[in-house]
Design a protein around this ligand. Structure first.
Ligand code: C5P
Length: 311
């Protein structure tokens, strides 16, 4: 039977290791990008109806500010729907409703998540259920065309991304890790943070080599060692994000003082991620961090969780 409405839940990510290599000719940087999907999630519903349109709202109970999200052809979920329609040779007839709990421009790949969800939802709406034209590999390829972080939002779990971050290999993990994400008012632009990273390196006479995957990080993940994971967290974009948003230093320091096992800026920021020892510790940390100046919300979450999933 052909579906008339499909809802897909899709997770946010935090980067456990984000090592930035040299700037390439195509304007991207070669990365070692260890992605980890966490239980902050958006939901995208595609309803087979009329002309392609999108609405964006905060998820029930979420205080995410959605005013910065485009509701025209610039919306990454709309671009995803158009790609699926083009590949299937059908009219892009759907209303997309995005319910956001992932911070906007927060360094947690919320836009990429919505694009991944739209790929899955529209493929389910428009593809032939008996013999689908678009398989998992096709969706991963369409995802990579939309953005470097979109393939991971399809995959979920914990994975090592090479190239722009789109060449993914699942990482071995054990158990569940507990996190707190401290969001900040206002986003940071990913290209601006990468550009600031290049500027800081140039100013310091530093030349980036091709990065390696951290062996300490992989061991901590494989053994479920939260303390080891906390010590191995690393983000090359952090100095640039702190340069552009100095107040994040205070947030990170406060998390350390409160006993977080590790802390870092998530991706290009400004969300800060704190690793806790247990769900209870995460709840305590969240309560304390939520009271800080400069923190909009402190949200407990856990990972790894699955990628884009039809619900
Ligand atoms: O791929 P995506 O559109 O998400 O990337 C956003 C921006 O982030 C790029 O335009 C680029 O400035 C920067 N970027 C980068 N190297 C990467 C991924 C992203 O420089 N590997």
């Amino acid at each position: 039977m052909t579906a008339t409405a499909v809802t897909v839940r899709v997770p946010a990510k935090v980067n456990l290791q984000l090592s930035v290599g040299p700037l390439r000719d195509d304007g991207y940087h070669d990365l070692v990008n260890v992605f980890h999907a966490v239980s902050l999630a958006d939901e995208v519903t595609a309803v087979a109806d009329g002309r392609l349109a999108v609405t964006v709202e905060a998820a029930p109970g979420s205080a995410v500010a959605v005013d910065g999200v485009p509701v025209d052809g610039d919306n990454l979920a709309v671009r995803a729907a158009l790609l699926v329609a083009e590949r299937l040779g059908v009219e892009p007839s759907a209303r997309l409703r995005i319910r956001k709990a992932i911070p906007v421009a927060g360094g947690m790949a919320g836009g990429s998540a919505d694009a991944a969800a739209a790929l899955v939802a529209c493929a389910r709406l428009w593809d032939d259920p008996e013999s689908p034209l678009l398989g998992r590999e096709d969706l991963l390829e369409l995802g990579a065309a939309l953005g470097s972080d979109v393939p991971f939002a399809l995959l979920g779990g914990t994975a090592v991304g090479l190239g722009r971050g789109e060449r993914l290999t699942p990482a071995l993990t054990r158990g569940t890790f507990h996190w707190v994400f401290a969001t900040a008012g206002g986003g940071l632009s990913t290209p601006a943070v990468y550009a600031e990273c290049d500027r800081l390196r140039d100013a310091g006479g530093e030349r980036a080599g091709l990065p390696d995957v951290s062996a300490e990080l992989m061991t901590a993940l494989a053994t479920g060692d939260a303390k080891g994971l906390g010590a191995a967290l690393a983000n090359d974009l952090q100095p640039a994000a702190l340069e552009l948003r100095p107040s994040l230093r205070r947030t990170l320091a406060a998390g350390q003082d409160l006993g977080a096992l590790g802390s870092l800026v998530s991706g290009s920021g400004p969300t800060c991620a704190f690793l806790a020892g247990s769900a209870g510790h995460a709840a305590e940390l969240a309560a304390a961090l939520g009271d800080l100046d400069g923190v909009r919300e402190a949200l407990p979450a856990h990972g790894p969780v699955p990628g884009a999933t039809i619900i």
